[in-house]
Design a protein around this ligand. Structure first.
Ligand SMILES: O=C(O)CCC(=O)C(=O)O
Length: 270
């Protein structure tokens, strides 16, 4: 099967707030913003600086024996380390002290008090380089999703025998250098590969009107209210279809899919 190929994420230099809001934000596509004034953190946050000023507070880190952490099957363990020890270990490629193997990988996802997720996101790459691969929400049918996560972990070299539809997904790629900011619109799938030790700061914000979000959803992790209601109704419809014999269930399920496609897909993506 022919792969859809790759597209480079558009890169913009020294964009100010007005230009971002006017030109880039409305396109709802990822964009790399270079030359945003981030202050001194990009030169200051060295391994030494972070381990000295970050202190000894204990943090719970993801530890895996391979670089591709699998957030569906959880191929990692959680271990607690003092922050300074964690930073030093994460920055070395071979460890003298380790949990799983001498080349194990570490990931600390530290959430602020006001952590948010199903929203627009700026991934601010403060130090270290990172490769990011993104997929549009319209390619969801080809991504082998479990919930909102793709089963395809190695997006660079996907196993197309196991995931043949994945070849139809359009892959957007970029490299983030220290100081780069990646705009990730809500619903876009993203897979990041750290090229070396790095620190990224994610800033999430709600872009839909406030009444679209669940009021009890302090952390912004849930689907918009109308989406979760529609999903519940779909679950009920699927349960109802189970009352039919196979042949009929198949026929009506296909008709329902066609109806969803003709009624709900945006013209833009047909
Ligand atoms: O840690 C990373 O590299 C990416 C994190 C991110 O974008 C997210 O949590 O949505």
């Amino acid at each position: 099967m022919e792969a859809e190929g790759r597209a480079a994420v558009l890169v913009y230099d020294s964009v100010d707030r007005e230009r971002f809001l006017r030109e880039i934000y409305p396109m709802r596509k990822p964009a790399v913003l270079k030359g945003i004034p981030l202050g001194s953190c990009t030169s200051k946050w060295t391994v030494d600086y972070l381990s000295t000023t970050g202190g000894r507070q204990e943090v719970k880190v993801h530890v895996a024996s391979i670089p591709q952490m699998d957030f569906i099957n959880k191929n990692f363990i959680y271990r607690t380390l003092p922050f300074d020890v964690f930073v030093k270990r994460a920055a070395e490629s071979v460890h003298t002290e380790y949990f799983l193997s001498e080349d194990e990988k570490y990931y600390l996802r530290s959430l602020g008090v006001d952590a948010r997720k199903v929203m627009d996101n700026f991934l601010i790459q403060v130090i270290g380089r990172k490769r990011v691969i993104l997929f549009s929400p319209q390619d969801a049918p080809y991504l082998y999703l479990t919930g909102d996560k793709s089963e395809v972990l190695d997006v660079e070299n996907p196993d197309l025998r196991k995931y043949p539809q994945f070849a139809k997904a359009q892959c957007y790629e970029c490299q983030l250098d220290p100081g780069d900011v990646l705009f990730i619109p809500a619903l876009w799938f993203h897979n990041t590969v750290a090229k070396e030790f790095g620190v990224g700061v994610n800033v999430f914000w709600k872009h839909l009107p406030a009444n679209c979000y669940d009021k009890t959803d302090t952390y912004g992790n849930k689907d918009p209210v109308a989406a979760s209601r529609a999903m519940q109704i779909l679950d009920r419809a699927l349960k109802t279809l189970e009352e039919l014999p196979d042949e009929y269930r198949d026929f009506y399920a296909r008709r329902m899919v066609l109806r969803i496609q003709s009624k709900s897909y945006s013209n833009h993506y047909k």
